[in-house]
Design a protein around this ligand. Sequence first.
Ligand SMILES: C[S@@+](CC[C@H](N)C(=O)[O-])C[C@H]1O[C@@H](n2cnc3c(N)ncnc32)[C@H](O)[C@@H]1O
Length: 262
Amino acid sequence: MGMERASLGTRAIRKAQRVSLRFRERVTNVPIRLANRGLPLPPSQLIYLVAGTNDLTWFLNSGAQAASSIRDALSRNGYDINQTGAILDFGCGVGRTLRHWGDLADVNVCGTDYNPDLVWWSRTKLTFADVRLNGLTGRVDWSDQTFGLIYALSVFTHLTEDVGFAWIDELSRVLRPGGLLLITTHGDYYAGGLPATLREAYERGEAVVHLPGREGTNDCATFHPPAYVRAKLTRGLEVVEHVPEGALGNPRQDLWLLRKPG
Ligand SMILES: C[S@@+](CC[C@H](N)C(=O)[O-])C[C@H]1O[C@@H](n2cnc3c(N)ncnc32)[C@H](O)[C@@H]1O
């Protein structure tokens, strides 16, 4: 998601663009009223900023699909989203997924992002959620062990290696022991389309970052080999589940469900 704005000129990026378009065609068949929950709709320029499209129907329906995909990943592994404790959407954007948690009873729903415009919109319009601002690096604005579930959809796909490590450590800080972290990555689906030098690095098990100077924006695209995620990115978290291309609502991204020991 969001990669359609990149002008890499590589086959991997063009493939991501085609996937994204096909994906949008599929989800836009769902009637808009099913996915909207009577909540305010973000302005199209903010939708474009996070999604690389200003297609409102896609925004609503893919968000609903992403929320279902999180619920399903939890229940496949014996967890109930109503019972996990407080939830944090890291890199929440304009609440594409967050907006679908308004009916969770007795669950503290929170979001955070480094972009102040997105945070302002989400905080003032999705008032059931506690939405705060963080920096590109650093800390989130909650104390240790606050959350039972944190998810980051299409966020590590736009971060460089060291910043990715630092955020896994920071999100682990605010997870309670036994808490879950769900992240998405660009995995093997894209490997064949990378330019030769990047593909070789990817196949050696290295993370590959396109346009690291644009980190945090959708122009920066990061590709994580699964072996690299297991050996390095998880930083001491346990892998509960890895589903290649399993992050529904985020086209062709791998889903990783991780657990903080204890
Ligand atoms: C492709 S968008 C996805 C937005 C949202 N997760 C979704 O699925 O609709 C990437 C999001 O990550 C946010 N982001 C990027 N770097 C971040 C960082 N260091 N901390 C928090 N948010 C970040 C961006 O501002 C943007 O909202």
